[in-house]
Design a protein around this ligand. Structure first.
Ligand SMILES: C[S@@+](CC[C@H](N)C(=O)[O-])C[C@H]1O[C@@H](n2cnc3c(N)ncnc32)[C@H](O)[C@@H]1O
Length: 336
């Protein structure tokens, strides 16, 4: 999940940067959408090519400071919006010739290090986990959802084998004391039947809560649908994922719209079936050994991309049905 840590240098480290650049080819100019601006690693690299323009989005308002710095250097070639990428379709992009839409999912080092965000199990204090533009925090979820609901979140978003025991112990414990980040870690550790010596016991539960609080499943699905609408013919959609749920969604979306079955043109009325995308790679691109050595958290990164083959913007996809069971879990938050 943590996309951008370099252990000793402690600098921002954009994952799979040279691979992304070779796919989106900014050397030929054009307008690019960076859906996950973060510390601006991808955006800066693109803007270093002269004939380019970047529309950058990030849900975390902290990113706007970095964007401001870049705007001082690149002036009118960078437009930054503090919005979620699911809202991509609200931007007025009709006249823009969008050459690529890129997503680098996960969290930046700055976010992980920010104690107020409480994204990491090393944080001391209140449970939060909000990335930016959220409706509720992890504290509300942990304190207000019932045992069954918490079990579902942990099981489906974290793939945690001890989900039920952990949820049960949270519900017991919260009636006696406030559940802070430290307290949650303690409950998880005492609920686990087997210790895993490779990863921290709280890794999966924290992943599950972050996905739930930030509605990462529906964000990704609507982000992909809208990216496919705004990118022009021959343009690219490229996504870097950090865990298997994200990768599964991206893989399905790309595959289902690259095969000759699930896309049909809405207008004019016709039975003609078209493939929206051309899929160039069968397997995802992963970081080199050198990159993993320099930035160990990059080891879980997977990059997939497609090229849009057709110049139409209205298409059918069954992705919302396919992942309805996950969206239903996100919707448990409606009661918060
Ligand atoms: C791994 S960082 C991106 C790093 C970036 N590629 C760079 O080189 O600096 C992910 C960023 O995406 C943002 N983000 C995650 N989900 C988002 C969403 N649904 N909409 C907008 N931004 C999002 C996070 O706030 C974070 O800043």
């Amino acid at each position: 999940m943590i996309a951008t840590i370099i252990p000793d240098v402690r600098n921002h480290y954009p994952v799979l940067l040279s691979e992304i650049i070779s796919i989106i080819t900014p050397q030929y100019g054009g307008t690019f959408i960076d859906c996950t601006f973060g510390q601006g690693g991808y955006t800066k690299k693109i803007l270093n090519f002269p004939e380019t323009k970047v529309i950058a989005l990030d849900r975390d308002s902290e990113s706007s400071k970095k964007a401001q710095e870049l705007q001082n250097n690149f002036e009118d070639r960078l437009l930054f919006k503090n919005i979620k990428f699911s809202q991509l379709n609200n931007l007025k992009l009709k006249d823009e010739n969008i050459k690529a839409v890129i997503f680098d999912l996960g969290y930046s080092l700055n976010q992980i290090k920010d104690p107020k965000k409480g994204l990491s199990f090393d944080t001391i204090g209140e449970l939060n986990m909000k990335m930016g533009i959220n409706d509720f925090s992890a504290k509300e979820a942990i304190n207000q959802l019932d045992e069954k609901e918490l079990t579902k979140i942990f099981k489906y978003f974290g793939d945690e084998v001890d989900s039920k025991r952990i949820a049960h112990n949270i519900v017991e414990d919260r009636s006696k004391r406030e559940i802070t980040t430290e307290e949650l870690v303690r409950i998880i550790e005492s609920s686990k039947r087997k210790r895993n010596y490779k990863t921290h016991s709280a890794t999966k539960i924290f992943q599950a809560l972050r996905i739930f609080v930030n509605k990462e499943i529906s964000e990704l699905i609507y982000g992909l649908i809208n990216a496919a609408k705004v990118v022009k013919k021959d343009g690219v959609i490229a996504v870097v994922t950090f865990h298997s749920l994200e990768d599964k969604i991206v893989k399905y979306f790309f595959k289902s719209l690259s095969e000759n079955k699930s896309v049909s043109r809405h207008m004019p009325k016709t039975e003609e079936k078209l493939n929206l995308f051309k899929s160039v790679i069968k397997k995802p691109i992963v970081p080199s050994d050198k990159e993993i050595r320099e930035n160990p958290p990059s080891r879980s990164a997977k990059l997939r991309y497609v090229i849009k083959k057709e110049n139409f913007f209205d298409f059918e996809t069954d992705i919302l049905d396919k992942f309805k069971h996950l969206i239903d879990i996100e919707n448990l938050s409606k009661k918060l």
